[in-house]
Design a binder for this molecule. Structure first.
Ligand SMILES: NC(=O)c1ccc[n+]([C@@H]2O[C@H](COP(=O)([O-])OP(=O)(O)OC[C@H]3O[C@@H](n4cnc5c(N)ncnc54)[C@H](O)[C@@H]3O)[C@@H](O)[C@H]2O)c1
Length: 378
């Protein structure tokens, strides 16, 4: 077989925070990446990250970075509510894109971004990192090849200590756009909907509660709901991101069950199999907290640092994307259309919980606004 030669990649990273740094360090080791530029609005952070990833160009203005002729692809790793403008600018420049989830935090914006991506034809994938873990790939394969028969019921239970919630509510000026489903529940939802991709969701019914985070930051503690598919099969999802700070999972602790007419698959992804207890405070993870002395190793979704490098799904996901670009490989990354669908579903959970009634799926941005206005007027 004649081998094609791999293409070079000139990478722009917009947002040098936790995730921008991880992806930048991984990209810096990829043989086809011969240029890395960083746009970061905080000067100290920009300097620190540029040095760690050996950036060839640093700026606070992503437009200046996108104007560089070396750039062929971009990672958009700004805060959740700040993805839209850099995505649209990158699409205009026709860059291949890796976008952190969610596509946007508002449905109108997500629709706008999806339209721009689709009409430009640029290759855009979204960071649903868990798709790169072997356990979810193995589960997907069993469902896809009919080992369970026809799937009738899926359950997912996500438990998180409140550090991610507190961090997200602190970073936004609009707490109404932040919810456990939109920011974190979207990962479990994507895994399940990816496995259920042959079925069409038609209705959602959900409830939320805000007793712990409500008084602290006007936030939602937990959401539980049920999606019904066209053929009557059910997906029940629950998430709480308001567990006490000392709950040992660094971020995510998940339990999934999939029942079919001919089989069942249960996946314990709570990470209770490796427990660390120490008198030292834990300095790793999404939002480290000195009071946490017990940790479920493996519960930080990007992976674990060992021998100075991140090992785990975010590394595999980033490398797979760079190989996709340089060698035109097919990968299991979420598409922009799937990411928009996940935002729509998480917004539908929140809308049903707010209205306290079942909602037909799919919803659009104008549906969402009209239904909320109608209830306010009632
Ligand atoms: N896939 C995963 O497992 C996973 C895990 C954590 C976070 N995330 C996602 O990654 C994204 C980033 O999260 P994070 O934890 O790294 O956040 P962060 O706050 O650590 O980093 C965001 C950075 O973007 C910078 N920034 C904001 N606007 C900018 C702009 N216009 N130009 C340049 N820089 C700008 C900020 O200054 C900050 O340094 C979010 O969308 C989050 O949901 C994904």
């Amino acid at each position: 077989m004649a081998k094609r030669s791999a293409k070079r990649i000139g990478l722009a990273i917009v947002g040098g925070g936790r995730v921008g740094l991880i992806r930048g360090e991984i990209a810096a080791r990829h043989p086809q990446v011969d240029f890395i530029g960083l746009a970061e609005i905080k000067p100290d952070r920009a300097r620190e990250v540029a040095e760690k990833i050996g950036a060839d160009f640093v700026t606070s203005d992503y437009r200046e970075l996108f104007a560089r002729p070396e750039v062929t692809a971009a990672i958009i790793s700004t805060d959740e509510h700040l993805h839209v403008d850099p995505i649209l600018a990158a699409v205009e420049r026709r860059l291949s894109l890796f976008i952190e989830k969610p596509l946007a935090t508002e449905l109108t914006e997500s629709e706008r971004v999806l339209k721009a991506i689709q009409s430009s034809g640029v290759d855009a994938v979204v960071g649903y990192t868990q798709r790169f873990r072997r356990r979810w790939l193995a589960a997907k394969e069993k469902v896809r090849t009919g080992q369970l028969g026809d799937v009738t019921l899926v359950t997912s239970r996500a438990f998180m200590n409140r550090l991610v919630a507190l961090d997200n509510y602190q970073r936004t000026d609009d707490p109404g756009e932040i919810s456990p489903m939109v920011i974190s529940g979207t990962h479990a939802l994507d895994i399940v909907m990816w496995m259920m991709e042959a079925k069409r969701p038609v209705e959602i019914y959900a409830r939320s509660i805000a007793k712990a985070l409500g008084p602290i930051c006007n936030g939602i503690d937990a959401t539980a709901g049920t999606i019904t598919f066209e053929d009557g099969s059910l997906y029940h999802a629950s998430i709480s991101w308001a567990l006490p700070v000392v709950w040992p999972a660094a971020v995510y602790s998940l339990d999934v069950g999939i029942v079919g007419t001919e089989g069942v698959l249960t996946i314990d992804d709570t990470h209770r199999d490796i427990v660390l207890a120490t008198t030292h405070s834990q300095g790793e993870g999404y939002a480290p907290d000195a009071t946490r002395r017990v940790d479920f190793l493996g519960s930080y979704p990007p992976g674990d640092i060992a021998l100075g490098e991140l090992r785990g799904p975010m590394r595999d996901e980033t490398e797979a994307w760079l190989n996709r670009l340089s060698m035109d490989l097919t990968t299991q990354h979420a598409t922009a259309a799937e990411a928009h669908d996940r935002l729509m579903l998480t917004k539908a959970f929140d809308l049903s919980a707010r209205l306290k009634r079942a909602i037909s799926l799919p919803i659009t941005a104008s549906d969402e606004k009209q239904r909320v206005r109608r209830v306010a007027a009632e």
